[in-house]
Design a protein around this ligand. Sequence first.
Ligand SMILES: [Zn+2]
Length: 296
Amino acid sequence: MFRYQRTLHNAIEFDGIGLHTGYPVHLQLTPAPENTGIVFRRTDLKNFEIEATRAHVARVSYATTLMKKGVMISTVEHLLSTLYGFGIDNLFLDINSMEVPIMDGSGKGFMDGIENCGIRKQNALREYLLIQEPIEVRHGDKVAGVYPASLPTATYIIDFEHGAIGRQQIDMELTPECYRNEIGTARTFGFVSDVEYLKKCGLIRGGSLENAIVLDDSGIVNRELRFPDEFVRHKLLDLLGDISLIGHPIIGHLYAEKAGHAIHAALADRIARGIRKQRVCTLPEFESALAVPKAG
Ligand SMILES: [Zn+2]
């Protein structure tokens, strides 16, 4: 965990295409002052700003979309997850189109760029959200929750009938190193049987074997996986992107089972609405609360 807020040393640029729109897009990550948060700026719309917060979440089917005054930014979750995973608090995300580039379907391109550029410590203290009361959202057999814990940790469980996936579980401490090595490079995935329907809905126009793991009835079309359980790792990547919209790094245990963007967003919403039941504190405050034994 980091005591001080963080941004980048310099600006970094990325070119790619949107997964759903198929449009070419240019993205620049620009360092921002303390207490700015993560803010998208649409460079094609006079730098119109959309703060990456819960208040602007508009749609959560197949991807997470932000909208403010009718201006959208879609498929934000992998980029926001990378920033959350690396502990970056303040950044302008300058983008000339409505969808974040999909890169290779994971956070790898963003992580490589950020590591080459370097992360800069700022002067203001980070404010963590310390979970003091459990919060749980259930939709049928789908669950997402957060529980008190002394470190940021997470568990994700998926169970797909597809033979190449099955039941997978990951349990992690959430540090930038673990994120880098275990989560950030896990790619998104989809099923050939859904392709026709999604295309009819105007989705995945930029989708290909270059930016997703594709499964058909017989197995994995791409053949090579980055991890045997890459699927559940990617689901955790998505969860962290959606949870990042709360605006504070969480000290607690995140848990999700058979979940997706909609229930991730519902959990983020519940946490944000009940924020007074939890505790917002700096790391020195958290450490001194741990160190001082209660009187008596
Ligand atoms: Zn994803």
